[in-house]
Design a binder for this molecule. Sequence first.
Ligand code: AMP
Length: 281
Amino acid sequence: MLIFQSIQETQSACAQLRGEGRVLGFVPTMGALHEGHLSLVRAARAECDVVAVSIFVNPTQFGPNEDYAKYPRTLEQDCGLLEREGVHLVFAPTADEMYPEGASTFVLVEGVSERLDGASRPGHFRGVATVVSKLFHIVCPHKAYFGQKDAAQVAVLRKMVRDLNFPVQLVVCPTVREADGLAMSSRNRYLSPEERRQALVLSRSLKRVEEMVEQGERAAHRLIAAAREVFAEEPSVRVDYISVVDPDTLREVSEVSTGTLVALAAFVGGTRLIDNTILRT
Ligand code: AMP
């Protein structure tokens, strides 16, 4: 497995692979890999000839009071996992390599970037769109793999790819969960045992919403109220948002139908977690 820090080496290795006529799959990550990330790698391995993975904790997508400095960095362990999955190339640049002194060009997907996590984390999706654009220019993948767990990110990147004509196909993979329902996240390792238990309220409230929809409920405000009632069972967990939205525009809907996205974010102790579900009616 090739491991590169430099953009130039990555760019030429990826160009060579594409030049040999191989279908190149790409999985961008921030590392601290878990089964959620590995599910994307496996999907890419199944559908592509060669797979590149990036590991980069992107400073421009963190707010000033967020966890950039303490975000887990486990590069050696991550590379071990990726090697076992048959990944061909890992790109793990430094922040200086990606953002040299004086870099001042950003990608802003207007509208959709200001909704859901974009409303709570101003500038977050500008950082995401910028880094993913740069990574796409470096790797030039045929297909790029993202998790449904970050549903708002998917909406932003789909629009970016369409608006800027990136010649890449986005593939969205289902959220991988722990046996008890908690969506896997690199941030779960911040949780104390008690917080880990409290964090189950996120998936439990989504389950409650799904059950109500199964029983015929279609009114978004009643679904949100029910989800909030479940959150009331864990008073120390603070809801950031619970939204019922169109999955492409992230605009709120009043009536749900098949494909409607129910997304939420909550603080468990100092850790902000997100989860979501796509409804079927
Ligand atoms: P991150 O390292 O958190 O930036 O995530 C890298 C990619 O892995 C993103 O496309 C995420 O949506 C995806 N991902 C993270 N957690 C999960 C999960 N539990 N299931 C599926 N995909 C995930």
